[in-house]
Design a protein around this ligand. Structure first.
Ligand code: ATP
Length: 705
């Protein structure tokens, strides 16, 4: 290679599996020129660009880019991918600002260049979201992004597709002027006629270069009026088996070079990384043989850069730069998140679920309808029992009276009542006789003094509550009855003593900690399972990597962004569950907060493993459902783990929610703190898998293309 080559490619072979894409590909792209790469669709142009950028691993051959190996000089290279490479959820201004921050362009330079480029590319209002732009406008923005850092080398993959002819001409004029200032450009284009503007064209077919030269010279060598005819002619040669090798052509073009004056427009006198100050009329000499031993000249390569050399920055303040990029990425992530309607639902998901929970479950069940058939002609003990029943557990049972047993039981059939109560005609007398006779009471007296109950057990929870209330009412009723007869000793001989853990907890209190944890978990795993695959598909990702952003920084930026989202979610949850509603929390606020936050990170780590491994977002969501829905039942959220059938209960302890749910209950209901071994174990059971999953996710994220 020569010192005048910005990019030097020699004998490169590349295959995707058995499909060989590039065959002994050779090309050289001089500094300060526009190199147009032409060829049929599927010919391997994009593959070649990715090899130049180091985004694909070389299999065979040599590529030197700005005197370095592919990928090394990327911070001074800009790349515009074929798919425009923008993020739909950012505005035009945010997109440009993102690259300002990534490339660390000074404010002054940035505003001047932004003005120049937005005028050139005729961009609309900077506050418009990228997703609101037309295809052509996106492409124009993408061009502006590629030039915002005034790079040494710009690689544009089909930049002018979908752009009208007038603007296309203006853009080409601008590119030509930038080449005149020393910028090197590789442009893949399907518009053969616009390639005439380039200083050099490479005609590519079936993964090999058919010819490479100045367009005018190529046309004159082949005696054709346009490049398309040249290309067709070369294809014909190839099809007929005439082997017109690249070096033949180069020798040929070199010979022509010596005699042909190149249009000064395409051989600008400013160009010359090797310090050749050419006269506009001077001939640009292309060496006719590739140098065998290539030596890179880094100083030459970096001298054109207006942005600081990445290496220098690495040496001086590596940490500051990484921190700066990390902050920029977080800024971008948050902007993207804020622009999506879906985000607000995700942020509010745990809080809204908590609100629904508090409205629906946190109050005791009241007013369960019960049908009463009281046969007693006058108010007696039957009425006393019903009155006792009404006042138990906040009016849980609402009695409705009927005139026959049939009417009362029919209400159960019609689902108008959860149960029916039948009090016999002689209930008061029978009770008195039974108290008198004690164990010698006859069967008829026992029958008459028994209250009969009919329950609809298909409403399981309601029927349990109904039955429990009846038992409690009967205890109250009998206490009153025995008290009225001075027989207090006959009271039921069980007394509930008060302990630190004997608060009057109900079903909702048992359910609440696990439920809150479940919804934090679901929201975080859902976000995370769509994060890394979306990042990979995001147009900015490829560009950011080329700009020097590492996979690790992108990964950490997502962890921090999701952590911020988790904290906001937790605050909303706290406001709803503990400030607006009076849910029990017997623990330190920070211990509870830390456990919930750690479990959010745990969910995130598993979500990242999913999103780094699977590209399809639908498949990720299905997998998330597959993991989370069974946990509602088998991780102790709703139903205690102790009741699960053996040996599966041991297996179910492996669910990411099982031990955290137990631990949060220990903290919130039992008031245990970090000195308790079970709480420590709970924290460890979240932390260890979390670190492991984050590590696995990062490895997959880095390896998977
Ligand atoms: N990741 C991949 N895995 C397998 N094959 C691939 C992959 N990427 C590209 N190819 C194949 O490599 C060939 C060259 O693709 P490439 O995108 O480089 O062509 P191209 O010349 O840029 O085409 P176009 O002009 O249509 O963009 C195509 O046949 C394509 O199907």
């Amino acid at each position: 290679m020569s010192a005048t080559d910005a990019v030097y490619i020699r004998n490169v072979n590349f295959s995707y599996g058995n499909n060989q894409i590039l065959r002994n590909f050779c090309a050289r792209i001089p500094y300060g020129q526009i190199y147009a790469l032409l060829g049929p669709s599927g010919g391997g142009k994009t593959t070649l660009l990715k090899l130049i950028l180091g985004r694909l691993k070389m299999q065979q051959g040599t590529i030197s880019v700005l005197g370095m190996t592919p990928g090394e000089a990327n911070s001074t290279i800009s790349f515009m991918p074929q798919e425009v490479g923008l993020c739909d959820n950012l505005t035009i201004n945010q997109t440009l600002k993102y690259f300002k921050l990534i490339y660390r362009i000074s404010n002054e330079e940035f505003y001047a260049r932004r003005k120049e480029l937005t005028t050139l590319t005729n961009l609309p209002n900077g506050n418009m979201l990228v997703r609101e732009l037309s295809g052509g406008t996106k492409r124009r923005l993408s061009i502006a992004v590629s030039l915002i850092n005034n790079p040494n080398l710009v690689i544009l993959d089909e930049p002018t597709v979908g752009i009208d002819a007038l603007l296309r001409n203006q853009i080409w004029d601008y590119l030509v002027s930038k080449a005149a200032e020393g910028m090197t450009m590789i442009i893949v284009t399907h518009y053969i006629e616009e390639a005439v503007n380039a200083g050099r064209v490479g005609l590519m077919r079936n993964g090999a270069l058919l010819a490479e030269d100045n367009p005018q010279r190529l046309m004159s060598i082949h005696g054709e009026a346009n490049l398309e005819a040249v290309f067709l002619k070369l294809c014909c040669y190839e099809d007929k088996g005439l082997n017109l090798s690249t070096s033949d052509l180069q020798n040929q073009s070199y010979q022509n070079h010596k005699t042909t004056k190149i249009n000064p427009y395409f051989c600008p006198h400013h160009y010359s990384i090797a310090n050749h100050h050419h006269n506009p009329d001077e001939i640009f000499i292309i060496p006719n043989k590739f140098d065998k031993n290539f030596e890179c000249s880094v100083s030459n390569c970096s001298s054109l850069s207006s942005t600081p050399s990445w290496r220098t920055l690495f040496n001086t303040s590596l940490l500051t730069i990484k921190l700066w990029i990390l902050l920029t990425l977080i800024y971008r992530n948050l902007n993207k998140f804020a622009c999506s309607y879906f985000s607000i639902i995700i942020v509010l998901l745990p809080a809204t679920q908590a609100l629904i929970f508090c409205l629906a479950v946190s109050k005791d069940i009241t007013l369960i309808p019960a049908a009463v058939y009281n046969e007693e002609p006058n108010p007696g003990y039957g009425k006393l029992f019903i009155d006792a029943m009404k006042s138990v557990r906040g009016h849980l049972i609402q009695p409705k009276f009927y005139n026959s047993l049939e009417e009362a039981t029919n209400t159960i059939q019609r689902r108008e009542a959860i149960g029916a109560i039948w009090i016999s005609e002689n209930y008061t007398d029978a009770i008195d006789i039974r108290i008198e006779d004690g164990l010698s009471a006859d069967n008829e007296t026992i029958d008459d003094s028994t209250i009969r109950i009919f329950i609809d057990n298909s409403y399981y929870i309601l029927s349990i509550e109904f039955y429990t209330t009846l038992l409690q009412s009967f205890a109250d009723f009998s206490r009153q009855l025995f008290h009225s007869k001075y027989m207090d000793l006959l009271e039921v001989p069980i007394k509930m003593e008060k302990t630190a853990l004997s608060e009057d907890y109900r079903f909702k209190d048992y359910f609440m900690p696990g439920y809150f944890l479940l919804f934090l978990y679901i929201s975080q795993i859902t976000i995370a399972s769509l994060t890394l695959n979306k990042e990979r598909k995001d147009g900015l990702f490829e560009r950011s990597l080329i700009a020097g952003v590492s996979h690790e920084l992108v990964f950490f930026s997502h962890i921090i962004t999701s952590l911020v989202i988790s904290i906001v979610q937790l605050w909303f949850l706290d406001i709803i569950a503990f400030a607006l509603f009076d849910n029990p929390s017997n623990s330190s606020y920070w211990l509870k907060f830390s456990l919930l936050l750690l479990e959010s990170l745990n969910a995130m780590s598993l979500g990242f493993v999913i999103s780094s491994s699977i590209n399809s977002e639908i498949s990720c969501l299905v997998l998330v459902w597959f993991i989370t829905i069974p946990q509602c039942l088998s991780a102790g959220v709703l139903w205690p783990l102790e009741s699960l059938s053996q040996p599966f209960n041991y297996l179910f302890y492996l669910w990411p929610l099982s031990i955290p749910v137990k631990t949060i209950r220990h903290i919130m209901l039992q008031g245990w703190d970090l000195s308790n071994i079970h709480v420590q174990y709970g924290f460890l059971s979240i932390g260890i898998p979390m670190i492991l999953f984050f590590y696995i996710a990062l490895i997959i994220f880095k390896r998977k293309q």
